[in-house]
Design a protein around this ligand. Sequence first.
Ligand code: KDG
Ligand code: MG
Length: 410
Amino acid sequence: MTAGTRIRSVEVLISSPSRNFVTLRITTEDGVTGLGDATLNGRELSVASYLRDHVAPLLIGTDAHRIEDTWQLLYRGAYWRRGPVTMTAIAAVDVALWDIKAKRAGMPLYQLLGGASREGVLVYGHASGRDLAALHDSVRTLTSAGFQAIRIQAAVPGITTVYGVSKVSTGRSSYEPAGRGALAVESGWDTDRYLRFVPEMFASVREEFGAELPLLHDGHHRMTPIQAARLGKDLEPYRPFWLEDCTPAENQEALRLVRQHTTTPLAIGEVMNTVWDFQTLIREQLIDYVRASVAHTGGITGLRRIFDYAALYGVRSGSHGATDISPVGMAAALHLDLAINNFGIQEYMQHDPLVAEVFHSAYTFEGGYLHPGDEPGIGVSYDDDAAARFAYEPAYLPVARRVDGTMHDW
Ligand code: KDG
Ligand code: MG
């Protein structure tokens, strides 16, 4: 073992600058630190406990350089494999170890992943509105800020609250976290109204902004396969960049039916955790983009495995980058985005300014592209003093019920 590379401490840091984040900090005997994102929205403390109570004791004294072996120890050695809590915990360890390795090498992480395959990472921002005029304002705010691809969501007439629609139209989508407090907020849902409205929304944005602006839309797993097929078909004249999470992710075969009916590109995967979850979707080329997040799929090691498998079938990356991915997770994703050949697009939802008080990150945004920066490691540091000002508060994603009260899918 190289002198000093033994792991000396493993700390689980919880802070809440505008929303909750769980961060893992690993320190070696010679004082090199690495950070990993362990945030699992609405279930944060379960990952914190998994790491603190079950993973940290296994890591103390082991060699920080042995990333693959540590990954396999935590994956195979747990017996209870996969699942969001386990894979988020493994991701945090994995990213922290890559951060340490790259710092020791004196290089930004993307160099260790093969070097840059492009000059920057194309991102899409979030536009939303209470009505179509507000949505147009929101799109305009983003295009003026330089965004070159935009996700559009709007309140559906007749449904009181719709997840994904911000209360403000500044382009910073403050619908996340959906609610602080002891219980989840309930939002209403009516799929027929939604299916009638979304093509109208696309038509109005195309009319206002023209044919060329790449537009994306997230269905948040709300449709049955035949409904998703209908929506995909109805959106074809507006050429969406992608339709995301059209059906619940568990039923991979459902995508066969959707695919038979529409050429609208499909993106799936933010709730998935391993390459096994994507096996059918990728092998049968049922999706065009993998929406997985580095923070929920076992880190750089796990997500690279998924992207490399996807590359065999012409499927591209579209990493999850909502605001519940901390700047640590975001930075890790950007290093991977820059290095892989089958990069597609990266989500960039923009954190609340308070987040930058705790996480100091080197990544930069210009002209619609993010770059991870060239600091050794992943390029993010954690400010303990600032974090102490933002204590954890329980927060839940909302739940959706249909008009008759039935619980609905996400
Ligand atoms: O934690 C859940 C959010 O990250 C998710 O709902 C946001 O769907 C989302 C997206 O595409 O950003
Ligand atoms: Mg989504």
